[in-house]
Write a protein that binds this ligand. Structure first.
Ligand code: SER
Length: 319
């Protein structure tokens, strides 16, 4: 990875991934790609190069890749699961037409490409407990349909054209920096904001509904570890299961109560979110990622909770 383009650099994962990549590879080697209306600001803008990089515009992506001599693309452009249900066509346009543009540019310019898949690539007929790496993927959401297609198209470009495509299936990603927008797992971020502000939280997901989750530092580490992995060890390329945390609302609530004993939570279940949540795994089996590129998370629920609450207290002026 000499010169890296992060597409979606102002989003939930992109904003922190760009910073981490700049720390590791040098500011000038990491270009923050953005779309109109979501321009980088502050540290992201000032610490390194940035360029408009709209995945729906193949020519624009090609120009940026040539201008900055890019050899690695982190493609984080996507709509999350709940939004994609109300804008299915846009979800496809960004997720799949956009990916196709990127893969073509990567083929022509010999770039490696990372495009995340998700727990959303699974559906109701997938085994939910210790979901295997290679299993049934018949998602019932548009988000899931685009994510399975992402895995297939990325594998296709690898086998057919030798493009070095790699990806993980992200669990719900939890962080205190940039909030997610319109995902099913967002409640597990929101709950920390409410707890920090000392407010009661109304949870849209039913008690006992487990989903895979991951703390941002582990998610960033996984993305970079996989792109740096020795290609001769990789049996899989796209859609690695990575497990880290798995919990339902009541468990994260109890974890927060260890630090904030007065915190209160009630339930008001959102049927759309609940339906999506129930179609996803309870916990994935990540043996392949552990074997093929030494994946290992570092945070458990309580260490994440402590870190989230400490950072949010500063961010929200509660300290
Ligand atoms: N966080 C995503 C969502 O909830 C899942 O990958 O849509």
């Amino acid at each position: 990875m000499k010169n890296i383009l992060v597409i979606g650099s102002t989003g939930q994962i992109g904003s922190e991934l760009t910073r981490e990549l700049r720390n590791r590879y040098g500011n000038e080697h990491v270009v923050a790609g953005f779309i109109k209306g979501a321009e980088p600001k502050g540290e992201l803008l000032e610490s390194g190069p940035s360029a408009e990089a709209d995945v729906t515009n193949a020519e624009m992506i090609s120009d940026v890749v040539k201008r900055y001599d890019i050899d690695t693309i982190y493609n984080l452009a996507a709509l999350l699961s709940v939004v994609a249900e109300s804008k299915p066509r846009l979800a496809w346009k960004i997720g799949i037409d956009g990916l196709w543009n990127i893969l073509e540019v990567a083929r022509e310019n010999h770039c490696a490409v990372f495009t995340p898949s998700s727990i959303g690539s699974f559906g109701p007929s997938t085994p939910h407990d210790h979901t295997p790496q290679d299993t049934i993927q018949r998602p019932t959401t548009m988000y899931g349909v685009t994510k399975v297609t992402t895995e297939l198209l990325s594998d296709y470009y690898f086998h057919k054209y030798g493009v070095d495509t790699r990806s993980v299936r992200f669990p719900g990603v939890i962080s205190y920096v940039t909030p997610p927008g319109g995902g099913t797992t967002d409640y597990a971020v929101d709950i920390y904001y409410y707890a920090t502000r000392g407010e009661k939280f109304t949870c849209p997901i039913k008690e006992g509904t487990r989903m895979d989750m991951i703390y941002m530092p582990d998610a960033l580490n996984a993305s970079i570890m996989l792109m740096e992995a020795d290609p001769t060890r990789l049996v899989h390329h796209n859609g690695f299961n990575i497990a880290s945390l798995s919990f339902g609302p009541e468990t994260v609530y109890q974890s927060i109560r260890k630090y904030k004993p007065d915190f209160e939570m009630v339930y008001d279940v959102d049927p759309l979110k609940q339906g999506i949540a129930e179609s996803w795994p309870d916990i994935m089996d990540d043996t392949c990622a552990r074997q093929e590129w030494d994946w290992k998370p570092t945070y458990d629920l309580d260490t994440m909770t402590r870190d989230m609450l400490e950072h949010l207290a500063v961010k929200l002026g509660k300290k």
